[in-house]
Design a protein around this ligand. Structure first.
Ligand code: FAD
Length: 393
């Protein structure tokens, strides 16, 4: 079994052969992937060493200490957090080899073509049609809220391939080339002023059958893997003690003794304790995760994450007093990543509103926890046995 010591030794050898100061960034990242030091819990030959997932922090720490370039994880979060584990679990050997390396190095950005105007929480209602034509599928429909589609080379795409069976059964999952003819990406301006996400129109887009992930009609099963991983990617991120937003809040508090009232102090301390609990719970969750297959506990982490982000950014605005009412950032840009820590309190406050919607709304996550963790009776589902084409829309 690979130990932390083994990994430190491997990173040392790697750095001796690839000096981060003189090696080209992309060359360095590709070589790191080939050495199995990209995501150590992935299989050997695919950027990993079949090691325990929690050892990743050892490797990342060693590279960071040596001043090595990273793969800009926040820019390529959808690829790393959602597309990669799905490809690993459902992709063929050929697909894994083709996609995972440039995904990890950040050469190819990925986006997620799931939500539609009529299908968000109820994703299985989606209507984007894929019709088989020889070795290809012809895809027509509209997706919405697609983060970073404007940067993406590939998308993970769920489609309706059989409208005559109940909604969960007639879906198929593909990798879609975002540069293919018929893909039209249009910006959607958000509360923050910028357009981090998009609407995506698909008009007769030809997707080779070789790009299918999983069997025809099994898209729901494949999509579940993506969604479970998405919740862990959003809610289960690693951070140091008093890192992230709670660190910013605590710093503001320390630097402004004039703000100290017993009420604010109590709220800050409660949030600090909640943030620390969430951090430790996320760390335990990551340790327990088998690659590619997290369970419903990721939903609980994502739910807690959204609540905390919104409460912390709200308190930060209050601490800013009258200045908290100002927002000077309302400029239309097409950002490459969500930068909560690098931007101002106003941006953080507004952007955090999306945390309880993206990756599954808090209401839907509560349903999942109620049914799958607590074993409470499930919501009535009257459309389970009705063909998708006969559902009211
Ligand atoms: C910042 C951001 C980024 C996003 N990025 C992407 C992306 O890259 N790709 C992508 O495909 N999607 C993306 N989304 C879309 C996101 O997944 C959906 O917005 C989300 O799933 C909710 O769907 P909806 O907007 O259609 O709302 P609806 O499903 O219409 O929900 C409306 C309201 O009804 C509630 N509700 C719905 N069903 C139930 C229920 N059964 N029980 C109780 N309450 C219920 C919801 O909680 C919500 O409050 C993004 C969203 C945001 C905010």
């Amino acid at each position: 079994m690979t130990t932390a010591e083994d990994l430190r030794a491997r990173v040392g050898e790697f750095l001796a052969a690839h000096d981060p100061k003189t090696t080209d960034r992309l060359e360095f990242l590709r070589a790191r992937f080939d050495a199995g030091l990209a995501w150590v819990h992935y299989p050997a030959g695919l950027g990993g060493l079949d090691a325990a997932r929690e050892l990743q922090s050892v490797v990342d720490g060693e590279f960071a200490a040596a001043g090595a370039p990273d793969n800009n994880p926040r820019r390529i979060g959808i690829g790393l957090g959602m597309a990669a584990p799905t490809i690993l679990r459902f992709g063929t050997e050929e697909q894994r080899k083709r996609y995972l390396r440039p995904l990890w190095t950040g050469e190819e950005v990925w986006c997620q073509l799931f939500s539609e105007p009529g299908a968000g929480s109820d994703l299985a209602a989606l209507g984007t049609r894929a019709v088989r034509d020889g070795d290809e599928w012809v895809v027509t429909g509209q997706k919405v809220w697609t983060s970073v589609a404007h940067l993406a080379r590939f998308a993970i795409l769920v489609t309706r391939t059989d409208p005559d069976v109940p909604k969960h059964q007639g879906m198929t999952y593909f990798v879609c080339d975002m540069t293919a003819p018929g893909v039209d990406v249009r910006p959607l301006r958000q509360l923050t002023g910028e357009a981090e996400f998009n609407e995506v129109f698909l008009e007769g887009v030809r997707v080779p059958d070789a790009n299918r992930l999983g069997a025809v009609g099994e898209g729901w099963k494949v999509a579940q893997t993506t969604l479970m991983n998405e919740r862990v990617a959003i809610g289960g991120q690693a951070s140091p003690r008093e890192g992230g937003l709670i660190g910013i809040l605590a710093k503001t508090w320390r630097e402004h003794p004039e703000l100290r009232t017993p009420d604010l102090h109590e709220r800050l301390v409660r949030l600090w304790a909640d943030a620390e609990t969430a951090r430790l719970a996320a760390s335990r969750l990551r340790q327990q995760l088998a690659v590619g297959a997290p369970g419903p506990e990721g939903s609980a982490m994502k739910l807690a994450f959204a609540r905390l982000q919104q409460e912390m950014t709200g308190l930060e605005i209050e601490l800013a007093g009258a200045d908290g009412l100002r927002y000077d950032d309302w400029t239309m840009t097409r950002p490459e990543r969500v930068d909560m820590l690098g931007r101002g309190p106003g941006y953080r406050y507004l952007r955090a509103k999306g945390n309880s919607i993206e990756g599954g709304t808090s209401e839907v996550l509560r349903n999942i926890i109620a049914e799958r963790v607590l074993g409470l009776p499930s919501e009535p589902r009257v459309d389970k046995d009705v063909a998708w084409k006969d559902l009211p829309r």
